[in-house]
Design a protein around this ligand. Structure first.
Ligand SMILES: Cc1cc2nc3c(=O)[nH]c(=O)nc-3n(C[C@H](O)[C@H](O)[C@H](O)COP(=O)(O)OP(=O)(O)OC[C@H]3O[C@@H](n4cnc5c(N)ncnc54)[C@H](O)[C@@H]3O)c2cc1C
Length: 400
């Protein structure tokens, strides 16, 4: 068995090298911790298309010292405040002087830029965490590699291993698992320059929602979410199924689907988690989707993971003993992230309703209320200030 530090620093193992795990690793390293990231995937990449980040995540990224990197791989999108109907009518339109643009980027671009802040020797790829055993003062993490099982010890284990978290299952075996939300989502990225410019919009059909965000490089990330009773639906021809669902919706929706290489289109069932009773167990702490996976309807899952990483870093930066620091993280993060998680579960019950009456009422109310109400709701959601983090680079990556 090995330990994760040889220099007498405090040691942490981060299970999962997704956006949440990397943000946590960056924060903890800056706070002087020795960090080892164990990532199941052999290639360390991020699969997926695009996504958007709101002000709360940008503030968190700034606190972690990676805000400029986030901005550098992103472009502003108006999709958070532009809502149309399938015939092209505007229910709500982005107001440049009043509305806050989101920042959209390609997942793999953001992942790559965060990974550059974590030295290669701190990351083990093809390392799948299989179990955790805690002891007084630390934990042993068992993981599987192509060469066989291995173990590593650390004072803190951060479970950032996503919605199906092995860490969560290991420390909270009785917690309920992912819950299917009767939603199917297709995602794609159009070929560079093929449909451009696009300012970002969402289109609200009955039981279906399409959204598009511009990405750097004149690409456009788009998604279509629809109601689906059972998980596991498969289609022989996804682009044909998407075209069938969107029918004659306004431009440039069909053009975006047509401009996307068919083999790159992703299809996912949407699951979330029931709120957990706690995010911590002695020396183990959950973060990101492992703690509070939510539907994508508020575009906040990764934003909340960034918030988590910032608060965890703040709590583990000082001299506070570790169990107290983790308990404080739990106290600070659970109410906020679970409020967002609950809202994200509730939103599609209305916005993805297939009921014609509900759809008619909601679209009329949205049009009447206009952008002001939406802006107030978003402002409340994004109104989050990170804790002050000591910006000394205790563990700089070469070149920083
Ligand atoms: C359709 C869709 C659209 C979305 N859009 C947005 C958006 O616009 N904005 C936003 O903020 N959020 C969005 N989200 C949510 C966002 O994708 C997630 O909240 C975010 O990816 C969570 O990051 P994470 O690091 O916690 O988990 P993950 O991204 O799931 O990363 C977990 C990592 O752990 C690894 N792993 C898993 N198991 C193990 C193991 N046993 N051992 C080691 N490694 C393991 C995985 O390979 C992965 O790299 C969207 C989600 C979906 C589904």
């Amino acid at each position: 068995m090995t330990t994760s530090s040889t220099r007498g620093e405090r040691t942490a193992i981060v299970a999962g090298g997704g956006i949440g795990g990397l943000a946590a690793a960056i924060g903890l390293r800056r706070a002087g911790w020795s960090v080892t990231v164990l990532e199941r995937r052999p290639d360390l990449g991020e699969i997926g298309a695009g996504w958007s980040f709101a002000l709360n995540a940008v503030r968190a990224a700034d606190a972690l010292g990676v805000g400029d990197d986030l901005r550098a791989v992103s472009v502003p999108t108006q999709a958070g405040a532009t809502l149309r109907t399938p015939d092209g009518r505007y229910l709500m339109r982005f107001r440049p002087d009043l509305d806050m643009a989101l920042l959209a980027n390609h997942r793999s671009d953001l992942h790559r830029t965060l990974l550059a802040h974590v030295p290669a020797e701190c990351v083990r790829a093809a390392a799948e965490v299989t179990g955790i055993e805690q002891y007084e003062g630390g934990a042993v993490v068992a993981y599987r590699t192509p060469d066989g099982p291995e173990q590593l010890t650390a004072e803190v284990v951060v479970g950032a291993d996503g919605i199906h978290s092995a860490v969560r299952r290991s420390v909270f075996p009785d917690a309920s698992g992912p819950v299917f939300q009767r939603i199917l989502c297709w995602r794609g990225v159009s070929a560079s320059g093929s449909v451009w410019p696009v300012e970002g919009f969402q289109t609200w059909g009955r039981g279906a929602r399409f959204g598009a965000h511009p990405l750097p490089g004149q690409r456009v990330f788009w998604f279509l979410t629809v109601r689906q009773d059972q998980p596991g639906a498969r289609y022989d021809d996804d682009p044909a199924e998407i075209r069938h669902r969107i029918g004659d919706w306004h431009d440039p929706i069909t053009a975006l689907v047509d401009a996307t290489p068919p083999e790159s289109i992703l299809r996912h069932d949407i699951f979330d988690l029931d709120p957990l009773d706690t995010y911590t167990d002695n020396r183990v702490v959950l973060l990101g989707d492992a703690a509070h996976a939510m539907t994508p309807f508020l575009a906040q899952g990764a934003c909340q993971a960034f918030e988590d990483a910032t608060v965890l870093t703040a709590q583990l930066s000082g001299d506070t003993d570790i169990p107290t620091a983790l308990a404080q993280y739990n106290r600070l993060r659970r109410p906020r992230s679970q409020r967002v998680q609950r809202l994200a579960r509730r939103d599609p019950k209305i916005s993805l309703s297939t009921n014609p009456l509900a759809y008619g009422v909601m679209t009329r109310l949205t049009q009447m209320a206009g952008g002001a109400v939406a802006a107030r709701k978003s402002a409340r959601l994004w109104d989050w200030t990170p804790p002050a983090l000591d910006q000394h680079h205790a563990n700089p990556v070469e070149g920083e």
